[in-house]
Design a protein around this ligand. Structure first.
Ligand code: FES
Length: 123
């Protein structure tokens, strides 16, 4: 399967989970598009457990992607906290450019993200 085909398939599943189902409660978060680091050019597929709280990394600096490891300290950014309301598989944004945090919205397919070096911000 080609990279593009696989990404399209992942994107489609992401929309099913992030738009078609209301399964999580978003509690807070922040996005500063000028400082964020592209952690991945594809989303992260994760299995969540009902009732468990998660902190999605918004800054892109975490070494435990897609989750926060505290590396944001001093950046003025903070993680996007949420609680899973059901056990399910989701696709978290890895490029940190999504308009529907913390879920993939396909922004990783943009020319800017695909041209970016992983670990750097968009120019
Ligand atoms: S938000 Fe990125 S490490 Fe915490």
């Amino acid at each position: 399967m080609s990279q593009t085909t696989m990404s399209t398939k992942i994107l489609s599943r992401s929309f099913i989970f992030s738009i078609g189902r209301q399964w999580c409660q978003i509690r807070n978060g922040s996005t500063n598009m000028e400082k964020v680091i592209v952690a991945s050019k594809e989303p992260f597929c994760e299995n969540l457990t009902k009732g468990t709280r998660y902190s999605w990394c918004t800054c892109g600096l975490s070494h435990k992607q897609p989750f926060c490891d505290g590396s944001h300290e001093g950046s003025g950014m903070r993680p996007h906290r949420m609680k899973a309301e059901e056990t399910c598989e989701v696709f978290f944004c890895g490029c940190k450019q999504t308009k529907t945090p913390p879920y993939c919205d396909g922004s990783h397919m943009s020319d800017d993200v695909q041209a970016c070096v992983i670990g750097s911000s968009l120019s």
